[in-house]
Ligand binder design. Structure first.
Ligand code: SAH
Length: 196
């Protein structure tokens, strides 16, 4: 009897966010990690943009910058990354006027195993999204991994969803990816894509 080939199960929101980034990022691109956290996404993005590319990585906690810097040094990827100790709502201060950003990722919520009161907030998240949408290249994508189990998380989730829903269809398409029957509020993914 023929053996069935191995197939993967549905990707988690986190894994799917990386698939969606990988499809559109090329060597030399400029991209943004809006919430560095433990540096996992920064390292992933730094690998995709290559030596000629650039990653802008933001966080407001020193711990995040230190952890991320150590990971980048260890993997010899620091040369293409700008670590920024500032809120992503100030992103426009770091980008050139006409600079094209091909992709960006947000991990909303608090930094695991750290201060649970330092969280992303709806107004600053939306401010960063507005700026990033205005710099997003053709077929560029913004991924938002929304953790919402903490206080204020649901409000942020709703505001992000509302923002995505209202983007003009002639310029952007947006989607959400979520598991419907899982315990412990796994994160919900949003993707904003600029039309080509
Ligand atoms: N909840 C996710 C991780 C989120 S980390 C998980 O469980 O894997 C979110 C990061 O965003 C934190 O490191 C936090 O310091 C950072 N952050 C909060 N507000 C920010 C802001 N305005 N600009 C940039 N980073 C911010």
């Amino acid at each position: 009897m023929l053996e069935r080939k191995q197939v993967p199960m549905l990707a988690t929101s986190l894994a799917f966010s990386h698939q969606l980034l990988e499809e559109v990022i090329q060597k030399g691109d400029h991209v943004v990690d809006a919430t560095m956290g433990n540096g996992h996404d920064t390292v992933f993005l730094a690998g995709l943009v290559g030596e000629a590319g650039k990653v802008y990585a933001f966080d407001i906690q020193n711990q995040a910058l230190q952890t991320t810097q150590a990971k980048l040094l260890q993997k010899a990827l620091i040369d293409r990354v700008t670590l920024i100790s500032d809120g992503h709502e100030n992103i426009k201060n770091y980008l050139g006027k006409n600079e094209v950003i091909q992709a960006a990722i947000f991990n909303l919520g608090y930094l695991p195993r750290s201060d649970k009161t330092i969280i992303t907030k709806p107004s600053t998240t939306l401010q960063a999204l507005r700026v990033l949408c205005s710099h997003l290249g053709k077929k560029g994508r913004i991924l938002i991994v929304a953790y919402y189990g903490h206080d204020g998380g649901l409000e942020e989730l709703h505001q992000v969803e509302n923002f995505c829903q209202k983007l003009p269809q002639d310029e952007f398409q947006t989607l959400t990816y979520r598991f419907l029957n899982q315990k412990n509020q796994p994160p919900i993914l949003f993707c904003i894509e600029r039309k080509g």
